[in-house]
Design a protein around this ligand. Structure first.
Ligand SMILES: Nc1ncnc2c1ncn2[C@@H]1O[C@H](COP(=O)(O)OP(=O)(O)OP(=O)(O)O)[C@@H](O)[C@H]1O
Length: 361
């Protein structure tokens, strides 16, 4: 049987061009290499799973390949990766410093990638300072961390700092689409949208969630199956609930919420989603903000139609009510009642508006 390699490993970018969503950083690094301006101590910081280690490895390979004809020579033996989470003592750093002194046998640089560098003990940091300030010519240090604030200022000031960004939903979605195509997996746009949203800015997470839903859904990712597998309240729910709010259908609203709870969804998650849904309807009110709507093009129409039924004043009041309920949820003695009350208030808002003849304005 062929061995399964997780997508996050299988699709690790091999060149800067393949790295998604970090163009400012990759351009700066490429320019620095081309102009011989690369600092010897670099700090890659940013959320997890956004390409820090990946870029460090690409950089390490690229600077050693400069001037060599064979593009397949990867100089992996000149690249040393140290996980500071498990090698955080002064002795670990002293061993490293001893190694650093010896120049590489082939290639120009020895590159030291120190992951999770914030985990080094303060004694280890201090032992490292001098080497970081005056490294031998052949040594480049790339320190990576998700927690820049835990790095002492004396280290920070010796490094050129690169702040990696969260991956946008659109970028994550495009990348997933490429991965899906290369595996002959068919997908609905919204299925990938849900995965990208759930990944919350981390590409590694997007790829692992993708693997998980593929093993559940098979080679056809539909929005419904993905939402079910990830236990995400699909926008369909919110469209339906809002339709009930518009016609002040309180009995069905209470039944729908009961159904949501029975399916195992969390009440607070639901009201937060409802506030986001009203926000989505709000951005439909103006063509200039329409591109802030985070749904696929094929479903935009559903939102536009619903938005037409609700005046802006009501949407603002709706966002406020749902948001307020979200904020107070944790401290409430009767969370279920609180959400039900919120739904009833939302429904009566539309009634009040009707009386004022505002609907459709
Ligand atoms: N910007 C990106 N473009 C394309 N793929 C990415 C990107 N960032 C992460 N990935 C994918 O996620 C995997 C893990 O990324 P990487 O190890 O570079 O993240 P990291 O930022 O170093 O995370 P951590 O801080 O958790 O170590 C990669 O193998 C790759 O598949």
């Amino acid at each position: 049987m062929e061995q399964f390699i997780v997508s996050a490993r299988k699709y690790r970018p091999q060149t800067f061009k393949d790295v998604v969503g970090q163009q400012t950083i990759t351009n700066t690094l490429v320019n620095a290499i081309d102009n011989n301006h690369l600092a010897q101590a670099l700090l890659f910081t940013g959320p997890r799973g956004v390409g820090k280690t990946t870029c460090a490895r690409i950089l390490a390979r690229k600077i050693n390949q400069e001037g060599y004809d064979d593009p397949n020579e990867d100089f992996a033996f000149n690249v040393f990766e140290l996980d500071a989470a498990s090698n955080n003592s002064v002795d670990d750093i002293r061993n490293l410093i001893d190694q650093v002194r010896i120049p590489p046998q082939t290639g120009k640089y020895k590159v030291y990638i120190i992951d999770e560098v914030h985990m080094l003990s303060s004694a280890a940091f201090n032992a490292f300072l001098k080497t970081l300030e005056e490294p031998p010519k052949h040594a480049i240090f790339i320190l990576a961390t998700t927690e820049k604030h835990k790095i002492i200022p004396t280290i920070l000031s010796r490094c050129q700092i690169f702040d990696f960004k969260r991956i946008t939903i659109a970028d994550a979605k495009d990348h997933l689409a490429e991965v899906a195509r290369s595996q002959n997996i068919s997908y609905e746009e919204d299925a990938l949208q849900i995965i990208a949203q759930k990944a919350d800015g981390a590409m590694r997470d997007a790829l692992s969630i993708f693997d998980r839903v593929v093993s559940y859904c098979g080679n056809n990712l539909t929005r419904q199956a993905v939402a079910e597998n990830l236990n995400v309240l699909d926008f369909d729910y919110y469209l339906r609930i809002t339709d009930m709010i518009i016609v002040n259908d309180i009995p069905n609203l209470l039944l729908a919420y009961n159904d949501i709870l029975a399916k195992g969804f969390d009440g607070q998650h639901f009201v937060a989603g409802l506030a986001s849904h009203f926000r989505n309807l709000m951005v439909c009110k103006n063509p200039e903000t329409l591109n802030l709507l985070e749904v696929s093009d094929e479903n935009k129409q559903l939102f536009l139609v619903q938005a037409q039924k609700l005046p802006i004043s009501l949407l603002i009041a709706g966002i406020n009510l749902a948001n307020d309920c979200d904020l107070k949820f944790k401290t409430s003695q009767n969370q279920r009642l609180m959400v039900e009350l919120c739904l009833m208030q939302l429904a009566s808002l539309t009634q009040m508006d009707e009386k004022k003849n505002l609907i459709g304005s």
